[in-house]
Ligand binder design. Sequence first.
Ligand code: SF4
Length: 408
Amino acid sequence: MKVCVLTLGCKMNEVESASLMRGLEERGHETTDELGRADLYLINTCAVTAEAERKSRQAVARVRKFNPSAPVVVLGCAAERDGEHFLGKDGVTLVLGAQNKGMALDLLEEKGLFRAEEREFSELPAPKRTRTRAFLRIQDGCNRFCSYCVIPYLRGRSRSRSAESILREAETCGAKEIVLTGVDVSSYRDGDLDLGGLLLKLSRLPARVRLGSLEEGIVTEPFLERMKEAGNVVPHFHLSLQSGSTDVLKAMNRRYTREEFLACCGKIYEYFPSAAITTDIIVGFPTETEEDFLQSLSIVKEAGFSRVHCFPYSARPGTAAAKRRDLPPCVKKERMGRLIAAAREAERNYLNAFLGREAVALFEADGGYTENYLRVYAAGAREGMLARVKLIRPEKDGAFAEIVEETE
Ligand code: SF4
């Protein structure tokens, strides 16, 4: 049977889809992630923004054109949030939520409906694509309840995968870079073992380790010490900021101030002077005044971000922030334009500081990434190559580089 697995949204969804594809193949099915004719469609949806949810609904409608009689299974956050919307429409035969993906394959075989509360970490098969970079799920769910976010309601409370299971997959995946992913990686805990302890356990791997999205509170001196001690953790920190204004952060139920966030960036640069700090910023939260927005604009430069993902605020039904009056779309659009320009400038500044310098890059099919997450393109690079490179000039979304020597 040919199964088409379509994925929308975040890295977690991508990893989980890759796991499902591997599990399907182990059960003898052919899989593809490209939209086309198939005997069964699995659509892994996203609900993080209204736009993501709209695209999820569109994807369901689109697959019907390729095979109107094939069953369609919808899973993921949009399905968890509003399963009723999908069920019975556009040939949807099964709706699974975000919390029971580990049981999806068994359920597919049974062809029954299921929607259960899951409390344990849900093990999935190792993802399908692991040659160069392997994305390892180490955690799921979130306890933080930021006022704009539906994820804790959809994915449930935080739970972690056992270190033993993580090590088993990490040691056998054969990848040269392992990316630790989760909804809230910072809250990782297996008994007494926290994220820093896990990094030390992973230090024996012949692979470099990259951390997924982190929360500011994890950046303490003991944690940074352990990163250094591990020796194979790359200096890339994706720290979700969301706003540069302390007042807005408070309304968002984020647990830090602007000053605390900046202090945390300073601490990172102290330990890792060439660290890349990437971030997410929401534009146009309902309480955001022009003054608040200017604080978001100025922190982009002040924090020295190497990349900023900007999103216009969209109310997610059921969240505390959704009860507040939304800002006019034209205000959000205008602020988005200014923030994107500031983000591009910060990205250019960060890149320029590394031109003429050497770095170690791991190449994929189309370009590679340095340890500090600069995108590089080099003549003669091939997928899976780990090489010392010299960054020459800006190119596309990163830099053109010369290969100095292949390292292994
Ligand atoms: S930390 Fe906040 S934004 Fe991130 S998943 Fe949890 S509740 Fe949502």
